[in-house]
Design a protein around this ligand. Structure first.
Ligand SMILES: *Cc1c(COP(=O)(O)O)cnc(C)c1O
Length: 396
């Protein structure tokens, strides 16, 4: 036998990694732990955390952890099977019921993550011969869901509903089903899709609406139900998606809508069918997080107040963050990816952890800092972030 030839993989990957590094696009992991009161430990230092999506400050709430602990003790760690086999715990259904009440829809269905909702539900709803209209700034999981669907995908300019309606007028008749896919609050721009305007357009053209409300859930609306409540369209959106790992501080996600929708997805969404049910203790934790989010409305006010403060200070200093005025996501476009990441590192040295967002997460030329606010950030810390950021922006 001739000797086994060497694998060529490592050399090939190394070449690609070098090119990515040169372009400022190589990504790497950092260790973050001991989350408390809007701060975390990063390496060995405590820094203010403006990079996480813990909008209501529930990710480290001891009451949420206690709820999980109680169920861990009696029910163990894992669901042990897919929910359709033997992994459907009563707590999964209690949580689905609570989420349906929050969202004002008939039913919801839990998934282990928001990414999995989108790569499962979109392909279940649209297939060859159908068309999906997708906002240009949709999250990667929505883009991947569209790609997996085999439907024709048409991208419309960000939040340009007039352009969307023109596309529907011109081409809707060529397809069987049409699905319009948007985010409630766009995660990288911090602005909202005007859902009250979207619904009539969709209905006029017999298109279905799919709203990923990952960032609105728990934060927007009078009761924290999210973007649908904020725009007064609860019950009018065909498919609504929410994540539990952001404002609610736990993990997992859900899709909500009619009984028919949920029954259909249970049978047709592959990322629901072929995956282990999420840990029952996580459902218990989320039920407690929901209870706190609803009974402590001050958290929603506090996160908005902090966002308004940073935006006002930045604007007074001559900088223009993107997004809606009281949006809890405050993006500042820098442009160049390497410069963006240099600013992230520099802010870290000054005690602030902020997000640096580069392509392909955002379009080329729009690399940005992403500041996300939390109800538990002390106001002085928010003000100190604004001061440091303004100094750094003036200095570069
Ligand atoms: C975070 C996010 C997701 C993914 O949710 P996970 O539960 O973290 O997988 C999906 N869609 C949008 C818009 C998001 O921001």
């Amino acid at each position: 036998m001739s000797p086994l030839p060497p694998s060529t993989m490592n050399a090939a990957l190394d070449e690609e990694l070098r090119a990515l590094d040169m372009a400022g696009l190589k990504r790497s992991l950092r260790q973050v732990h001991q989350r408390r009161a809007g701060t975390v430990r990063l390496n060995d230092e405590r820094v203010a955390d403006f990079a996480s999506n813990d909008y209501l400050g529930l990710a480290a709430d001891p009451r949420v952890a206690d709820a999980a602990r109680a169920v861990l003790q009696t029910e163990g760690t894992g669901a042990a099977a897919a929910r359709l086999i033997s992994g459907n715990h009563p707590l999964h259904e209690s949580l689905e019921y609570a989420l349906a009440r929050l969202k004002g829809c008939d039913r919801t269905l839990l998934f282990p993550s928001g990414y999995m909702v989108n790569v499962g539900a979109i392909p279940a709803l649209a297939d060859r011969g159908d068309v999906i209209y997708s906002d240009a700034l949709n999250h990667a999981s929505l883009i991947d869901g569209c790609r997996l669907s085999h439907a024709t995908v048409r991208v419309f300019p960000h939040n340009d509903l007039a352009a969307l309606e023109q596309m529907l007028e011109r081409e809707r008749h060529q397809y069987r089903r049409a699905l319009i896919v948007v985010e409630g609050v766009f995660s990288m721009d911090g602005d909202c899709c005007p859902l009250d305007q979207l619904v009539p357009i969709a209905r006029r053209h017999q298109a279905w609406t799919y709203v990923d409300d990952a960032h609105g859930t728990g934060v927007l609306g009078a009761t924290g139900a999210g973007s649908l409540e904020h725009f007064g369209v609860s019950g009018q959106i065909d498919v609504v998606v929410g994540t539990l790992g952001k404002a609610l501080g736990t993990a997992g996600a859900y899709v909500g809508g009619s009984r028919e929708l949920v029954e259909f997805l249970v049978t047709r969404a592959r990322s629901f069918i072929f995956t282990t049910g999420s840990p029952p203790a996580m459902a218990a934790a989320t039920l407690e997080a929901l209870r706190i989010a609803q009974s402590e409305g001050w958290r929603r006010e506090a996160v908005r107040e902090r966002a308004r403060h940073v935006r006002t200070r930045l604007r007074e200093a001559g900088f223009t963050p993107t997004g809606d005025d009281d949006s809890h996501i405050v993006p500042l476009v820098v442009g160049d990816p390497a410069r963006t990441m240099a600013m992230v590192t520099d802010l870290h040295h000054r005690g602030f952890l902020v997000g640096g967002v580069r392509p392909p997460t955002v379009p080329a030329g729009t690399s940005r800092l992403r500041l996300s606010m939390s109800a538990v950030h002390p106001l002085e810390l928010v003000d100190a972030l604004a001061t440091t950021l303004i100094e750094r922006l003036h200095g570069s």
